[in-house]
Design a protein around this ligand. Structure first.
Ligand SMILES: [Zn+2]
Length: 491
């Protein structure tokens, strides 16, 4: 293999990965329902999920039908699935003898998947199977590496939200009264100005409500969480969900994280997200799940609750959030040191000659402790080494807010932006952005046809299945090669 293509995966191998993925077949098994009267589907549900994942690979569902219509291709694809069913002792029926069609996929998508029930099964089952896959490649191990003080990349999940906008601009429209006096939209021809009932060109009918309004057209928003190993093709998509309203990204991400946490449990130490996670969300993740959070501090807005201006060691003025006085006993009696948070980091203050507060030291970040309360909530304490001429001492600071305010978790970060652990781990988040960017590239020819958020969410699930199938194939290949090497070494 030349260096240029080493480690990269060709189209046939990608197709094989989808057809072989036991995770995908198991997810399909959860979608199987009793067939009462009427048409019996030509294929079990997992074949429809394979079709959906291949449609992201081919960037078109019709293209998948064309590709699989070749008898040699379908024989090959079907045999891979049969081998996998046998190898993993999966209790599912065989794929039908004839290749699946786009019409079959469309029926399954609209009748079975794009429904509250179908999406509910995916939401319940996908994270569980994904966490199993993650553990097979050494991720999210509850007994794995790292600690809350220094979380490990294998026990970090990261997420991002994105807006998928329609590729076609909504057509210009005007409102006219029809013969009965009702208001209806009409579409002027861009060249002649002649009004027509249907707009010229292609558009996403789901965005029809926006017609006739100038201004931005909203797309559909989605959130995804992942974990990844150190090698290529080791990303596991842990879950995806739809953002139900503008501004609800963080709330949606918290719901999705809860679905993942149910299965991952203490396998997760750290959640990396972007600035959409503010103090209130960070506190929620810490208390409810016992995970730490890295999310970028906002730089341009007014920090919530950070009021007192202090002079930093570099001589500039910065807003600080007061954390109270750290006291310790000395032979001369108690000695106090005012602490504050600047940019998420704990600083030690004193008064200068003119009585103004000034940063005199940056306490070293020490251990992170976590306990669990009787109500099931987690409680964190962050240790800091405070310097004093009378002797250094350790102070414990809780990063939690209260019912009235999330100012403390907003301003005091367990792992601040400039911490070595943040520099080591926060880069993972760019991989979440690249997942969304790659997904959008597979939608170029279909975006306008993917009606509504439900089908958009299914596109996202399908791309996640494709991603995880590749991860699974590479992992199983590594195991197979390992077994082969072991067998070869014995000879
Ligand atoms: Zn002191």
């Amino acid at each position: 293999m030349t260096a240029r293509i080493a480690g990269r995966i060709g189209t046939i191998d990608r197709l094989s990965a989808v057809m072989a993925s036991p995770t995908l077949i198991r997810l399909g098994a959860e979608l199987a329902t009793e067939h009462r009267v009427g048409r019996r589907p030509a294929h079990p549900p997992y074949v429809m999920l394979q079709f959906a994942a291949l449609a992201r690979l081919a960037r078109s569902g019709v293209r998948v039908e064309l590709d699989l219509a070749n008898p040699a291709t379908w024989d090959f694809a079907r045999s891979i699935t049969l081998e996998s069913i046998h190898a993993h002792s999966l209790d599912v029926p065989a794929p039908g003898p004839l290749p699946p069609t786009w019409e079959q996929w469309r029926w399954f998508r609209d009748q079975r998947l794009a429904t509250d029930e179908g999406l509910g099964v995916l939401a319940r089952t996908f994270p569980q199977l994904a966490v199993d896959l993650a553990r097979r490649i050494g991720q999210l191990d509850p007994h794995g590496a790292g600690s809350l003080t220094h979380p490990d990349a294998t026990r970090t999940v990261y997420g991002d939200g994105t807006i998928v906008r329609p590729i076609y601009h909504p057509p210009r429209a005007v409102r006219v009264h029809d013969d009965d006096g009702a208001i209806m939209p009409m579409y002027p021809d861009p060249r002649t100005g002649e009004l027509a009932l249907k707009p010229p060109g292609r558009f996403d009918p789901d965005l029809a409500e926006h017609h006739g309004h100038l201004g931005p057209v909203l797309g559909h928003g989605y959130v995804a969480f992942h974990t990844r190993g150190p090698s290529p093709n080791q990303r596991v998509v842990l879950g995806v969900d739809h953002i139900d309203a503008p501004g609800h990204e963080a709330a949606c991400a918290l719901r999705l994280l809860a679905d993942i946490a149910r299965h991952a449990g203490s396998g997760i130490q750290l959640v990396v997200y972007d600035g959409a996670f503010r103090g209130v969300h960070i506190d929620h993740v810490m208390r409810r799940h016992g995970y730490l959070v890295i999310s970028k501090m906002p730089t341009h807005e007014d920090d919530d609750g950070a009021v007192q201006a202090v002079r930093t060691s570099e001589g500039r003025m910065a807003k600080s959030y007061p954390l109270g006085i750290a006291t310790h006993d000395t032979p001369d009696g108690p000695c106090g040191h005012p602490l504050a948070a600047i940019g998420g980091r704990v600083v030690q203050l004193d008064l200068d000659d003119t009585g103004d507060p000034v940063v005199v030291a940056i306490p070293r970040r020490g251990p992170v402790k976590r306990s669990r309360r009787t109500n099931g909530q987690f409680h964190f304490n962050l240790g800091y080494d405070v310097s004093c001429p009378r002797g250094e001492f350790t102070v414990w600071v809780a990063p939690h807010g209260n019912a009235d305010s999330a100012a403390r978790p907003e301003n005091l970060r367990a792992i601040p932006d400039d911490d070595p652990d943040s520099l080591r781990l926060r880069g993972l988040r760019s991989d979440a952005e690249s997942f969304h960017a790659s997904l959008k590239r597979t939608l170029l020819t279909e975006r306008a046809m993917s009606l509504g958020w439900r089908r958009g969410l299914l596109d996202t699930y399908a791309y996640a299945l494709l991603n995880n199938a590749l991860t699974e194939m590479v992992a199983e290949g590594a195991q197979t090669r390992g077994a082969w090497r072991t067998a070869a070494a014995r000879r």
